[in-house]
Design a protein around this ligand. Structure first.
Ligand SMILES: [Zn+2]
Length: 481
C-alpha cells in the first residue's frame, strides 16, 4: 500500500492546474525511492512468486493517479498488471515499459542489510530487487505518475483522455515469473491476451547503465540477447561391484564428459558485438583498445590472454560470454551406494547461443567435444529452449535512446550490446515486439553493478536513480510525442 507519506510526495501536488510541467524535482525523486522501498519490502521471491502482493500495490498506486490498470492472475498468486496512458493518435503503435515483479531468493546470512528491508544507507537503497529489477519498475511508475499528473493538471481524465503532448499510447506492464522463464507472466499474456502487450517496441532490463571503464563512461544499450538450450545427457555404463572397478562406470563417463564440455570455444563476434568493440575501443587508451580488439582473436588462448589484460571479474566472464556460444554443465547425477558401480548417470547442461547458432549446430558441437566413443554411450534430450533475439539499431527509438543519454551525459558514450542472459524479450519477440534493455542509471566510479545480480548486498545508488528517472521521462516524451 502507498503510505500517507508517499501520497504527500506525489507529483500530483507539483503541477498546478494548467501549468506546464517543469523539470523532475526532488519530490518525484523521493517518491521513486519510496516506491522502490515499498516494492523491496514485498517479498515476491520466485518460487513461489506471490507477485499478487506487488501487483496490488501497483494497482492501488495507479488507481490513485486516476488510471484503470488491469490485474491478471491466471494462476493463484501469480499476478501481472498492465496499465495504459493514451496518446492523441497518429503517432504509431504504443511504447511498452516492461518490468518483472518477481525476484530470486535472498538468504539473509551474507547481507549487511536485511534483503527485504529497503534500507537507505551510504547513498544506496538496499535489498533484493534493488537492481533486478524493482528499481526499473519504480522508475517506470514514476514516469507514468508524472504523465498522469500532467493529464489531470490539463483538466483531463488520465484513464480516458490523451496525455498532453503524447501521440502514441504508453503501456506499462509489470509481470510475474520472469526469473523462472516468464511462462506464468509475460509468456501467458502473449499467449492469451497479446493485445495488451502489442507495441512498436518495449523497454525493459538491463541497459542504459552508465559504467566507467578505462576512465570513460559507457552506456551499453541492450539490443540483443542470447538464446538458450537446456540439454540432459544420459550416459549408459554397466552396473557392478565397486570392489572391481570398470571402465564403463557411468559416473566416470559423465565426469569425463563434463571436463570435455567445459572451456570457452572460439569467439564469434556478431555484428552488434563488432560495433560494441569498435565503439568502446575508440574511447579507450591505446593499450586497452588493443586488448579489447584482441578479445575476439580466433585463437582461444590469445583471446583469453587479451581478456585477462583488459579487465577483472566479473566483466571478463561477461565479455567472454557475449562473444561466443557457451556451455555450462550445472547438474551431475549418478550413483546409489558407495560400493555399487552406477550403470547410468545424467548431466544437465545450460547452453547459451548467439544469434545465428541453431540447436542442430549446438548439438553437433556437443558431439564434437565429447568424441564419438563417448557420444555413442549418450542419449540426448532437450528439456528447454528459447531463441536468441535482436532489435534493430537503425530504428527511431534506438536513436532516441542514444541521443537522450548523450543529452543527459555529454561525456558518456552510448553503445549497443548483447545481453548474456535471457529476459522476457523472448516472449515479446513471438508477437513481433522488438525489445531494448534500457533501464537507465548512472553509477559512480567504483559502484558495483554486474556483480550484484542475484547476489548478496544488492543495492542501487540514489544518485543513479535520479539520473535514470529524468532520462526515461525524456525518452518517453520524445518517442511518444
Ligand atoms: Zn530481471
Amino acid at each position: 500500500m502507498p503510505s500517507a507519506d508517499g501520497a504527500a510526495a506525489r507529483p500530483r501536488g507539483q503541477a498546478g492546474a494548467g501549468q506546464p510541467a517543469g523539470p523532475i524535482g526532488p519530490a518525484e525523486q523521493d517518491a521513486l525511492v519510496e516506491m522502490l522501498q515499498a516494492l523491496i519490502r514485498i517479498p515476491t521471491v520466485n518460487p513461489p512468486g506471490d507477485e499478487i502482493l506487488a501487483a496490488r500495490y501497483v494497482d492501488d498506486l495507479l488507481r490513485d493517479e486516476g488510471l484503470e490498470p488491469e490485474l491478471l492472475e491466471p494462476f493463484p498468486g501469480r499476478a501481472s498488471i498492465v496499465a495504459r496512458l493514451r496518446g492523441a493518435g497518429g503517432g504509431g503503435e504504443p511504447l511498452l515499459l516492461l518490468s518483472h515483479l518477481d525476484v530470486v531468493p535472498a538468504p539473509a546470512e551474507g547481507w549487511r542489510h536485511d534483503p527485504f528491508s529497503g534500507d537507505v544507507a551510504g547513498g544506496f537503497v538496499w535489498g533484493r530487487g534493488a537492481i533486478d529489477m524493482k528499481s526499473t519498475l519504480a522508475t517506470q511508475l514514476a514516469v507514468v505518475r508524472r504523465l498522469a499528473a500532467e493529464t489531470r493538471a490539463a483538466g483531463r481524465d488520465p484513464a480516458r483522455d490523451p496525455v498532453p503532448g503524447l501521440r502514441r499510447d504508453l503501456v506499462l506492464a509489470a509481470t510475474a515469473d520472469e526469473e523462472a522463464g516468464g511462462f506464468e507472466g509475460a509468456g501467458w499474456i502473449v499467449d492469451h491476451r497479446p493485445e495488451l502487450l502489442q507495441a512498436a517496441a518495449a523497454l525493459t532490463e538491463a541497459g542504459g547503465i552508465g559504467l566507467v571503464f578505462g576512465g570513460r563512461r559507457f552506456y551499453p544499450i541492450q539490443v540483443a540477447e542470447r538464446g538458450f538450450v537446456v540439454y540432459r545427457l544420459t550416459f549408459r555404463g554397466t552396473w557392478g561391484h565397486g570392489s572391481v572397478p570398470r571402465d564403463d562406470n557411468a559416473a566416470v563417463l559423465a565426469a569425463e564428459a563434463v571436463v570435455r564440455l567445459t572451456g570457452p570455444g572460439a569467439p564469434r563476434p556478431t555484428p552488434v558485438m563488432e560495433r560494441f568493440i569498435e565503439t568502446v575501443a575508440a574511447g579507450l587508451p591505446p593499450a586497452a583498445a588493443a586488448a579489447l580488439r584482441g578479445a575476439v582473436d580466433p585463437d582461444p588462448t590469445r583471446s583469453e590472454a587479451a581478456l585477462a589484460e583488459l579487465c577483472g571479474e566479473p566483466y571478463r566472464r561477461t565479455l567472454r560470454a557475449v562473444l561466443r556460444d557457451t556451455i555450462s554443465p550445472d547438474v551431475i547425477r549418478a550413483g546409489v551406494k558407495y560400493n555399487v558401480i552406477p550403470g547410468t548417470a545424467e548431466i544437465e547442461i545450460d547452453v547459451r547461443t548467439l544469434p545465428g547458432t541453431d540447436e542442430a549446430a549446438m548439438t553437433a558441437e556437443l558431439r564434437r567435444r565429447l568424441g564419438e566413443a563417448l557420444w555413442e554411450r549418450t542419449s540426448v534430450e532437450v528439456t528447454g529452449r528459447g531463441a536468441a533475439v535482436e532489435a534493430p539499431t537503425d530504428s527511431p527509438l534506438y536513436r532516441i535512446l542514444e541521443a537522450t543519454l548523450r543529452d543527459h551525459d555529454p561525456a558518456g558514450v552510448p553503445v549497443p550490446v548483447m545481453a548474456h542472459f535471457a529476459t522476457d524479450a523472448k516472449h515479446l519477440a513471438r508477437i513481433g515486439v522488438p525489445t531494448y534493455g534500457f533501464s537507465p542509471l548512472r553509477l559512480g566510479p567504483g559502484d558495483p553493478y554486474l556483480e550484484l545480480f542475484h547476489a548478496d548486498d544488492e543495492r542501487v545508488p540514489l544518485a543513479g536513480l535520479r539520473f535514470g528517472l529524468s532520462v526515461l521521462y525524456d525518452v518517453v516524451r520524445r518517442y511518444c510525442g
